[in-house]
Design a protein around this ligand. Structure first.
Ligand code: ADP
Length: 223
């Protein structure tokens, strides 16, 4: 489903160049649950942003469901995101002026039929256990509930793959567990998941873990 070959990313800030990704080659099959671990600054978020078509690599190849996406421009990347991808951020990234239902609806606005949008939003809020919070604003919810809204937003368009960047990083243990079991349920129902985490315990929920260091893949468990 995802094929990376010699992927690189260089950031340039003024005179300073940072090689955030340095020759990443990897494959993720449809239906897999993969964790990515590594120390801060090793390139995990950079990699996940490229995988999620939020950013472009500087070099190398990235094929998503057979399509070479490494060379696509902004509009085409947006098309790929809408068609295939859900993204969950560490800091939830909800819009505080919108209700829970409206935050989820954002991922569906390209669909014209309002009634079917509403039905789909109600379904997905039920699925994350927040059907009774549709009219609340994000700040009226706990962090764990906010992350569940973000997962609902990621799920609402029925993505083939979800990329989650430290989805439990801002949560206490109990809320982190709840978010993990929700993601696990999403995976068990057939969605591919790639998740960055600092938690060995949460990584152990995945089928395998890719280890990164200094912009490279340095190992995999199980090997
Ligand atoms: P991680 O997610 O593993 O903590 P990142 O992917 O965020 O690592 O960062 C990898 C490297 O790239 C770091 O050295 C970081 O400082 C640098 N970096 C990340 N984003 C940017 C950016 N937008 N501009 C410049 N440098 C960046």
């Amino acid at each position: 489903m995802l094929t990376l070959a010699n992927l690189s990313k260089t950031y340039r800030v003024g005179e300073v160049e940072t090689q955030a990704l340095d020759g990443i080659s990897a494959e993720v099959q449809a239906g897999e649950f993969v964790a990515i671990m590594g120390p801060s600054g090793c390139g995990k978020s950079t990699l996940l942003n490229i995988l999620g078509c939020l950013d472009q690599p500087s070099g190398g190849s990235y094929r998503l469901m057979g399509e070479e996406v490494s060379t696509l421009g902004e509009a085409q990347l947006a098309r790929v995101r809408r068609a295939h991808i859900g993204f969950v951020f560490q800091s939830f990234n909800l819009i505080n002026d919108l209700t829970v239902a409206e935050n989820v609806e954002i991922a569906l606005l390209y669909r014209r039929d309002r009634a079917s949008r509403r039905a789909r939003i109600a379904d997905v809020l039920q699925q994350v256990g927040l059907g009774h919070r549709a009219g609340h604003r994000p700040q009226q919810l706990s962090g764990g509930q906010q992350q569940r809204v973000a997962i609902a937003r990621a799920l609402v368009s029925d993505p083939k793959v979800i990329f989650a960047d430290e989805p439990t990083g801002n949560l206490d243990t109990a809320n982190g567990e709840a978010v993990m079991s929700l993601l696990k349920g999403v995976w068990e129902s057939g969605t591919t998941i790639v998740m960055v985490t600092h938690s060995p315990r949460h990584a152990a929920e995945a089928q395998r873990t890719i280890g990164m260091l200094d912009g490279r893949i340095v190992g995999e468990t199980p090997a």
